[in-house]
Design a protein around this ligand. Structure first.
Ligand SMILES: [Mg+2]
Length: 164
């Protein structure tokens, strides 16, 4: 249960306290793509995401997009946001996130992972000792597998409410 608990839980990217993250020593951000930065079936990120990415860059965070999705999707968003990216990351396994850390030249303790899924983003991040931030998903219409996992997530989140 502890590994499923995010350090921070916010409604959308704009609620992430970038300046506070810096003061606790976070220098790098791993950012999930689908339903975190952009709706899974869209190539056009919402205004909130665009503005937030600008703010994160302005605070000079070391940014990498880390997605379990295909290279094509990651390249599309890399071109949009002009940042590093890692496709087929196999979250929550440690291998992909370790690769991302290496690409960023960052230590786990100075890196946050931001994503919409407990069983991939939060679990993977916690296993590596990253600062985990859960955001509410951008869109609810999803692949069948993701909707099944959402039911498990609802259960976990209900239990986590107590600690919030
Ligand atoms: Mg996602």
């Amino acid at each position: 249960m502890k590994l499923l608990k995010p350090r921070l839980w916010v409604d959308d990217l704009s609620h992430i306290p970038l300046k506070e993250l810096k003061t606790v020593g976070i220098k790098g951000l791993m950012i999930d793509i689908d339903n975190t930065l952009v709706a899974w079936d869209s190539a056009e990120p919402p205004e909130t995401s665009i503005r937030w990415m600008e703010a994160a860059k302005k605070e000079s965070f070391n940014i990498i997009l880390v997605s379990n999705n295909k290279p094509q999707r990651v390249h599309q968003m890399q071109a949009y946001f002009h940042c590093k990216g890692l496709a087929s990351a196999k979250k929550p396994t440690k291998s992909g996130l370790t690769k991302a850390l290496r690409a960023m030249k960052q230590e786990p303790g100075e890196t946050a992972i931001i994503g919409d899924q407990i069983f991939t983003d939060v679990l993977g991040g916690n296993r590596l000792g990253l600062y985990t931030i859960l955001v509410s998903p951008i869109k609810s219409k999803e692949f069948w597998w993701t909707s099944i996992m959402r039911n498990f997530e609802k259960y976990v989140l209900k239990n986590l409410q107590k600690f919030r």
